[in-house]
Design a protein around this ligand. Structure first.
Ligand SMILES: C[S@@+](CC[C@H](N)C(=O)[O-])C[C@H]1O[C@@H](n2cnc3c(N)ncnc32)[C@H](O)[C@@H]1O
Length: 268
């Protein structure tokens, strides 16, 4: 499974749904409660998971514009639905055309699992452009660098260090913020005069969550190999130990994420 494949997005979505911070979702829905209709743009929509998670929390009719640069994912996103939501999809490269998607009548900008892929300068551009339009902004599921395993293994720490270094590699937006994304987003939106609500949105994987755990373990071993920090043999034996624990129903994993809602402060 690749980073953005439909199979991977579909495997992770139930964990995302359970992880999303209810405090942050409630802040989004309260902030928009008085509007009779809502116009929303979802940046890097994938197959439409934010629409599926957020639309039921919003009591009014909604018009969703889903944007992504992957045409295959957008085809699937076009099927995303909710009785109160009207959906359109648009191919957009957010590196090139961010400003264009924020133009037009909008009440909310959303995204999920995007901010850890972007650079500090792109995030600053996003915060500046969103603030220039005085739009509220909901960003769910930014990875924050915390991974815990149960039972623990003496090599876990080395893998986590490598994974977090790998997270900073360029994903098309410049050097990625990786685990720093949520902290930087909170700071950037506070700098442009927004009030920010944030909350933990951790993936929790129990022993029965074998497919998700196996996909993560493989991905982390690959990332560790690519950083070259540890020997291939050490990484392979770590993966074997973790996979054995998983196949014996003895592995649990928590992965830390942060959700953020930033809203312009009322003008006096
Ligand atoms: C980790 S996925 C998250 C997808 C979705 N938001 C979710 O939570 O399931 C990252 C998404 O960013 C999109 N993406 C990456 N680079 C992009 C770019 N330059 N312009 C638009 N979308 C981009 C990918 O195609 C992918 O759908």
């Amino acid at each position: 499974m690749t980073g953005f494949s439909a199979d991977w997005l579909s495997l992770r979505e139930p964990y995302d749904v359970r992880a999303r911070s209810t405090k942050v979702l409630a802040a989004v829905s309260t902030a928009l409660a008085t509007l009779p209709t809502l116009s929303i743009v979802d940046l890097a929509c994938g197959t439409g998971s934010t629409l599926r998670a957020l639309a039921p929390q919003l009591p009014t009719r909604q018009s969703w514009k889903l944007v992504d640069n992957d045409l295959g994912l957008l085809l699937r996103a076009a099927q995303a639905s909710h009785p109160r939501a009207q959906v359109t999809t648009t191919p957009v490269d957010l590196v090139r055309d961010l400003e264009a998607v924020l133009d037009g009548p909008l009440d909310l900008v959303t995204t999920s699992a995007l901010l850890d892929l972007v650079s500090e300068s792109w995030l600053e551009r996003l915060a500046t452009e969103v603030a220039a339009r005085r739009l509220p902004f909901y960003a769910a599921l930014s990875y924050d660098g915390r991974i815990t395993f149960e039972p623990s293994d003496s090599f876990d720490g080395a893998i986590i260090v490598a994974v977090n270094e790998h997270q900073h590699r360029d994903k098309g937006f410049g050097p990625a913020l990786g685990p720093d994304a949520a902290d930087r987003a909170i700071a950037q939106f506070e700098t442009v005069g927004y009030s920010v609500v944030h909350g933990a949105a951790d993936w929790l994987m129990e022993p029965q969550d074998r497919d998700m755990q196996a996909a993560l373990l493989d991905g982390w071993a690959n990332a560790a190999r690519e950083t070259g920090q540890q020997s291939l043999a050490e990484i392979a034996t770590w993966l074997t130990r973790r996979s054995d624990a998983l196949s014996h129903g003895q592995s649990s994993i928590r992965v830390g994420h942060i959700d953020v809602f930033a809203a312009p402060m009322a003008r006096r």
